[in-house]
Design a protein around this ligand. Structure first.
Ligand code: 5GP
Ligand code: MN
Length: 337
């Protein structure tokens, strides 16, 4: 373990020891790593004898309902609790905690940040940002080891889930030997790969697949199919019992086109904003492109939100992405998703 990583973990551990009542948060529209880390952080804190409440402003995808204690996740901070610290996990910048919680988090006496996003603005009184980590859950595994805390099955399952989903089932370029070492240890601690994969990937509703069919029908190919785009409008969702959250993994189908160097999925959020999700292969750094619009993420998976209507945002952004690809934007690092 590198010296600076050891020092950062030590800072985090000191901060955990020095406080008693924690609020735990993650990014809006939480994915598998966000929820896995949220749940795992609570389990770790409780093992340390601390009070810990988990929060998310948004409903979370039902495929993660098998994670421990998800029924305890709050969408409001309890006013009767006198919290003395907050922890943000997997949250690239402070604002990603969501408007609902931002003021509370800013006002907290002590803030801890644990994250692995490439475009990450460090914040907090103790901050451990490690972009070389596959996932925040991989970092929390390291935290456990440094606390000499052997994960039980529930904790191992939460950590496994975050690593599984943030590596795209061990397919993305952030999958390395270290990931498999951690995964192997987590299976030893009781994580069940088949059960977790089945909960996460084989629990779709028929309506979700129908919605996917509509999204794929909106697919367009650009620049000799180097760029693949598709969209999900509010009208495509109306009349479907499926919802916005269930479309989280749809972009992976666009990315699976052989010739695609980049995939973009445009979703109408209903708040006058278009959520632009990007995935790339090779050297194209989509986090940098997302950053132009106040977003961020990882080299090969990033997002931003752009105000406007679906049609004009889609055509404007496609033009921008095409010139970005042609300018060969990227850099030489290939260690992070
Ligand atoms: P998605 O396309 O799934 O919404 O986002 C892709 C990745 O980018 C996820 O890891 C997500 O957490 C991250 N991401 C999305 N929006 C932002 C943002 O505004 N800032 C940062 N730092 N990361 C983001
Ligand atoms: Mn993550």
């Amino acid at each position: 373990m590198s010296e600076s990583k050891t020092l950062k973990i030590r800072d985090i551990i000191t901060a955990l020891h020095n406080h008693e009542r924690f609020m735990v948060f993650t990014h809006v529209h939480p994915d598998g790593d966000a929820l896995g880390a949220l749940v795992a952080m609570q389990l770790i804190l409780r093992r340390m004898g601390k009070r810990a409440d988990t929060h998310t402003p948004d409903p979370f995808p039902s495929e993660y309902a098998f994670l421990a204690n998800v029924q305890e996740i709050k969408n409001k901070v309890s006013e009767s609790m006198d919290y003395d610290a907050a922890i943000l996990v997997d949250c690239g910048d402070l604002e990603r905690v969501g408007d609902k919680f931002l003021d509370t988090v800013k006002a907290t006496p002590f803030l801890i940040n644990i994250d692995h996003h490439l475009v990450s603005k460090p914040f907090g009184n103790a901050s451990w940002v490690q972009t070389s980590a596959s996932s925040t859950c991989e970092m929390l595994f390291d935290l456990c080891m440094n606390l000499s805390l052997a994960p039980d099955r529930a904790l191992a399952t939460a950590l496994y889930t975050g690593i599984l989903t943030d590596t795209g089932s061990f397919r993305f370029s952030n999958t390395n030997a270290r990931v498999f070492e951690v995964i192997s240890a987590l299976v030893g601690f009781g994580a069940d790969p088949a059960r977790i994969a089945s909960s996460v990937y084989d629990s779709a509703s028929p309506e979700k697949l129908k919605l996917l069919a509509r999204v794929l029908d909106s697919m367009e190919l650009h620049a000799s199919s180097r760029l693949v785009t598709a969209e999900l409008s509010r009208s495509m969702m109306s009349g479907s019992s499926s919802n916005y959250m269930e479309s989280e993994g749809f972009i992976n189908h666009l990315r699976s086109v052989k010739s695609a160097d980049m995939a973009i999925f445009f979703r109408e959020t209903g708040e006058g904003l278009i959520h632009v999700s990007m995935r790339s292969r090779g050297d194209i750094n989509v986090a940098k492109l997302a950053q132009r619009y106040g977003g961020g993420g990882h080299r090969q998976a990033a997002a931003c939100r752009i105000p406007g209507d679906l049609r004009s945002v889609r055509s404007m952004f496609i033009a921008e992405a095409l010139s970005y690809i042609k300018a060969d934007n990227g850099d030489t690092k290939s260690d992070v998703k």
